[in-house]
Write a new protein. Structure first.
Length: 196
């Protein structure tokens, strides 16, 4: 019997949810929840592995749309506001459930999760989570992998081109290009999904 290999690829994508015309917009919560419950925990695990001296390799794709949203100053500001509100809510829950130990411990757990998320976001990475992933990519622990799914949005093509140049050209244009089209896209958007 032949030996085989299994590769697990973490694929990170969210639809473009930035809505500057509204002070709060429900769809933006998708991004904030993903930051708190997925991206920051991944960064914490990767940092922990590095701190423990574990030589690890992870393959992960970050789409241009996600990179653009994680790098957007308005969304970064709104995420900080969002996580601070969650910390306040958790503190109120700690007080409200002080005589209910079965719920109080959960309120403490969430407060710790939110405080950690804020510390990683604000203090450790200066609101730039893309730099965290780039740090792991630079150290060769994180390998970016081309996403095979195409989007049909020309906004994604423009975002992908801008994100590729902003991130140093490595692994940012994965979601919007056909395999082999990177050279054409680096010169400008000439080939987009669905165009032949």
């Amino acid at each position: 019997m032949e030996k085989g290999y299994l590769a697990l690829v973490l694929h990170s994508h969210l639809p473009y949810v930035r809505h500057p015309e509204h002070d709060q917009f429900l769809e933006e919560d998708w991004l904030y929840e993903a930051i708190t419950e997925t991206y920051i925990p991944l960064i914490n695990v990767f940092d922990g592995l590095v701190n423990d001296g574990v030589d690890f390799r992870i393959t992960m794709s970050l789409t241009p749309t996600l990179i653009e949203m994680l790098s957007d100053p308005l969304l970064q500001h709104r995420y900080a506001r969002h996580i601070n509100r969650l910390i306040e809510l958790a503190e109120k829950e700690i007080e409200r459930t002080k005589d209910q130990p079965e719920f109080n411990s959960l309120a403490h757990l969430y407060r710790e999760l939110f405080v950690n998320a804020l510390a990683v976001f604000e203090e450790k990475y200066g609101r730039n989570l893309v730099s965290a992933f780039k740090k792991f990519q630079t150290s060769a622990s994180l390998r970016s992998s081309p996403a095979r799914r195409r989007t049909d949005s020309f906004r994604s093509c423009r975002t992908g081109t801008r994100s590729r140049s902003d991130s140093g050209g490595r692994g940012a244009l994965q979601e919007t290009s056909r395999p082999g089209a990177e050279g054409n896209l680096a010169a400008g958007v000439r080939i987009c999904p669905g165009s032949r």
